[in-house]
Design a protein around this ligand. Structure first.
Ligand SMILES: [Zn+2]
Length: 246
């Protein structure tokens, strides 16, 4: 069967001398793995379109056991990400995250849009890295069924407090009177988390936080993610090792 869909290449693996298997986050079929057969022999246009971080229009043959890319045309390449190791490694972490959380064989337009927007802002440096990291982590968790309940204190229903506490194991919020085990989050961080979880996709990237709060936000979303996904991300460890040296 022949399928046509737009997608972002989130992983590439060499197979033998000439072939590669690429993992594509597609709009219509979720995560899809396909041979980019004889990529070196392919027309250069298709070769470029099947590289990591290329967003392309794919024409794919779907056989009984495997898929093969027939043709691919680049829509966007995010060239600027390759200029900087830090931004590139964060982009690769987003890719690893998408590979883990996006469903297979179902449509995944919301995941794809999230990835494309985050990569766009990351490539153009129009949003701080930590904002993009926290937003991508938490929003993707929401899409895949791990949305925390941040409406109010779980026990007393208080909406605001000087400091609130986030219980990452259960994805619940507590005020300072009711907290027993959560990590503290300033009101700015709580508001940002609410925004990331509940806002309309169009307004998703429209918020700011001071650097210190961004750091706290990023630590909270990362630990919430790792608690629920229960695996390590090599790309995240690498990104953190780069930024820790600063
Ligand atoms: Zn309370």
């Amino acid at each position: 069967m022949q399928i046509n869909t737009d997608g972002l290449v989130i992983r590439e693996n060499a197979v033998g001398e000439n072939d590669r298997v690429i993992t594509i986050l597609t709009k219509d079929y979720g995560i899809l793995r396909a041979f980019a057969n004889g990529a070196k022999r392919m027309k250069s246009r298709s070769q470029c379109a099947t590289q990591l971080l290329s967003y392309s229009r794919f024409s794919i043959y779907r056989g009984r056991n495997s898929c093969t890319v027939n043709e691919a045309q680049t829509i966007e390449i995010f060239f600027k990400l390759r200029e900087d190791i830090e931004r590139l490694s964060l982009a690769q972490y987003f890719c690893e995250l998408a590979g883990e959380l996006t469903p297979e064989t179902e449509e995944a337009e919301s995941y794809l849009k999230l990835m494309l927007n985050s990569l766009h802002f990351l490539a153009n440096e129009t949003r701080p890295q930590l904002l993009l990291k926290a937003l991508t982590e938490l929003r993707m968790l929401c899409l895949s069924g791990y949305m925390p309940d941040l409406t109010a204190c779980e026990t007393c229903g208080k909406f605001e407090d000087t400091v609130m506490y986030f219980d990452r194991d259960n994805g619940r919020l507590f005020c300072s009177d009711c907290n027993t085990q959560g990590v503290s989050a300033g009101m700015g961080v709580v508001t940002a988390m609410r925004h990331i979880c509940y806002s309309d996709p169009v307004k998703l990237y429209a918020f700011t936080l001071p650097d210190e709060s961004l750091m706290q936000l990023s630590q909270i979303t990362q630990s919430y993610l790792l608690t629920h996904v229960q695996r390590k991300f090599k790309t995240l460890d690498f990104y953190n090792s780069l930024t820790a040296k600063k």
